[in-house]
Design a protein. Structure first.
Ligand code: PLP
Length: 227
């Protein structure tokens, strides 16, 4: 488990290096540790090493881990695809949702958010590579979805999330993020503070293009085993 501590340190120093190289303020990018498919013990080890933000993609798996770690002060982020029948549990058990891709899901999360909890922080997932298989709204649909979601009472629209098509080379990794960042910044009437950009393979490019939170799994916890 000491390996996790070392990898956390390594990823964080890479983040700080990318911030300084690209003119970003030191510490302006947060680290979301993506623990999907990994056992509870792995989360506990990262927590002992100081990590507090964890991302999960599969609801039942996440709920089991949350029960086991109920005593821990963790900020839980849901980052997976969302079906309508999952919104009730997601709205009750997470602090953030990065993967909202349609108004219907946002409405349900708002309606179902328990009254004793603060507003649910959400990001809209944007499909910036036009891959038919990836979920997310198009850049063209984004402005009107932002306006509609912004009116919902129990959610707080914080920003956008994107998973671009894997690309090699720094510049080609940068381009899709740049296009989305500029699209959002052009919307003068909205102020979003979160750009959920970057994973293990492209976090430097994502940070160069305005990321405020990187979602890192395999660089921290090793390859995932899907059974
Ligand atoms: C799994 C996952 C990640 C982490 O990917 P790595 O390449 O392992 O860092 C990030 N974001 C989302 C939405 C994911 O599903």
């Amino acid at each position: 488990m000491n390996k996790i501590k070392q990898r956390l340190k390594k990823v964080k120093s890479l983040m700080r290096y990318a911030e300084s190289e690209t003119g970003r303020n030191k510490g302006s990018v947060q680290l979301l540790a993506v623990s999907k498919t990994k056992p509870t013990a792995v989360i506990a080890a990262a927590y002992q090493a100081g990590q507090r933000l964890f991302g999960e993609s599969y609801l039942q798996e996440a709920l089991a881990k949350q029960r086991a770690l109920a005593a821990y002060d963790i900020s839980w982020h849901f980052i997976g695809p969302i079906q309508s029948n999952k919104t009730k549990a997601i709205s009750a058990h997470f602090n953030w949702v990065h993967s909202v891709d349609r108004l219907k899901i946002a409405k349900r999360l708002s309606e179902q958010r328990p009254g004793h909890l603060p507003s649910l922080n959400i990001c809209l997932q944007v499909n910036i590579s036009d891959e038919a298989t990836k979920s997310g709204v198009t850049l063209e649909e984004l402005p009107s979805l932002i306006d509609q979601v912004g009116l919902l009472p129990n959610i707080c629209l914080r920003g956008v999330m994107a998973i671009p098509e894997p690309a090699t080379g720094f510049e080609s990794q940068c381009l899709p993020y740049r296009e989305l960042y500029q699209t959002v910044k052009k919307l003068k009437h909205v102020s979003l503070d979160t750009f959920s950009f970057g994973m293990s393979g492209d976090l430097e490019a994502a940070i160069a293009e305005g990321s405020t939170i990187v979602r890192v799994g395999s660089a921290l916890f090793g390859k995932r085993n899907y059974k």
